[in-house]
Design a protein around this ligand. Structure first.
Ligand SMILES: [Zn+2]
Length: 398
């Protein structure tokens, strides 16, 4: 795996290849509720913060960032803003680390979507300070983990960076999530649904290892299973709540599933081919430019499931169709005839470090076959139950 920093978990936790331990990682504290942003000063007092670096986009500074800054100032904490420009690339990370280095900040607060959150972890690591994550979308499970996915300045997935510590605090304001677009919450469900199926593969395969190079814990797998169960039962009503900008119990449960259960589940439960395919879709410009991580993961999950169980693949495809996630290549602006794009995806998937966790050996040909099978299953499901939800989420934005 391509990494860019000097910390790697494998030599710490998995130095004895014959006796690999089980390891569970988690943030120190996870706080979720409607209005919690207004109490950030209280939470940061747990870290004895006096001066906090704030990574937030220009747009975020007008909205959620302003609330956080107010709360910090009311608690006597000095905020130092660094404006996030939108990409979790080394160029951008080094720019912020350079800017904040001389400012004597004692923690870094990253306020925004998945890329801002991941960039924040990289910057905090370079500054040697704890990171506080404030996700403003529930579109991915990046907030809780001790790793960041890096991208080129053009946005193509380019590697992973690991950190010795998980975030000190993860603070999720469900009022903020309820006022974001429904499509983001739904994309988060796509990312979260993969967690259980990838963790299940790792749990059942005695040779599988997690992101730390270790064996999965039952605790992480149980969180993945709870995550999938919550999605099936409450995903649709949570999407309806966000469409109406309301915080309901279902929304609280789905935000927790997308952020906490999925985050703990993937990091210490293990990944498999679903995420390999998802990351590989970023190398296809039409997909990269128009779709969210969780939407690519949805297609990756269906592809993994057709390798395992057609019945489960259909059940998941029906759920995805109900909430508006892509279930066939047409819903990623591709078709089964785009062989050059699909060859890129299949080839890049072979480079993904966790495909070896699958119980069967994969080849570019077998991956391609499964992508097409998943696509055909998705077409059949779309024929049977329609694509109303997908079209509602995508007509305005793609
Ligand atoms: Zn993911």
């Amino acid at each position: 795996m391509k990494t860019t920093n000097d910390y790697l978990p494998h030599p710490i936790f998995a130095s004895d290849e014959k006796r690999v331990p089980r390891v569970l990682l988690a943030p120190q504290r996870y706080i979720q509720g409607n209005g919690v942003l207004d109490h950030m000063g209280n939470y940061l007092s747990l870290l004895n913060t006096r001066r906090a670096g704030i990574l937030v986009s220009t747009r975020g500074q007008q909205a959620d960032g302003a609330r956080v800054i107010d709360s910090l100032e009311n608690s006597g904490i000095d905020p130092v803003i660094s404006t996030f420009n939108g990409e979790c690339s080394l160029d951008e990370i080094n720019l912020h680390a350079g800017h904040l280095e001389s400012k004597s900040v004692d923690c870094l607060v990253a306020i925004g979507g998945g890329k801002c959150v991941d960039a924040g972890k990289c910057i905090a690591y370079r500054l040697g300070v704890p990171v506080v994550i404030v996700p403003t979308l529930a579109s991915n499970d990046a907030p809780c983990s001790a790793l960041s996915v890096l991208y080129t300045p053009e946005g193509v997935s380019s590697g992973v960076e690991f950190f010795p510590d998980n975030p000190a605090l993860v603070v999720v304001d469900t009022g903020v999530i309820a006022n974001a677009s429904e499509r983001y919450l739904v994309a988060g469900m796509g990312d979260a649904m993969a967690t259980w199926y990838e963790a299940r593969v790792c749990l059942q395969n005695p040779n599988a290892t997690t992101t730390t190079g270790t064996r999965p814990t039952l605790a992480a797998a149980a969180r993945g299973e709870m995550c999938a169960k919550t999605l099936f039962s409450e995903g649709q009503s949570a999407a309806e709540a966000v469409a109406a900008n309301q915080v309901t119990d279902s929304l609280e449960n789905i935000v927790e599933a997308n952020t906490l259960l999925s985050g703990l589940g993937f990091e210490s439960g293990g990944l498999a081919v679903a995420h390999g395919i998802a990351q590989s879709y970023t190398a296809v410009p039409v997909v990269h430019d128009n779709y969210l991580h969780g939407e690519m993961v949805a297609m990756g999950t269906l592809t993994q499931l057709v390798m395992e169980s057609k019945e489960e693949a259909r059940r998941v495809a029906v759920f995805f169709a109900e909430v508006g996630l892509p279930i066939h290549l047409g819903q990623l602006s591709l078709s089964a005839d785009d062989r050059s794009a699909l060859d890129i995806v299949a080839g890049a998937t072979m480079e993904f470090p966790f495909i070896g966790n699958m119980p069967l050996a994969l080849t570019p040909e077998s991956i391609l076959t499964s992508i097409i099978e998943a696509h055909e299953l998705g077409l059949a499901v779309a024929d049977a139950i329609g694509d109303t939800a997908y079209r509602r989420l995508h007509c305005a934005s793609t």
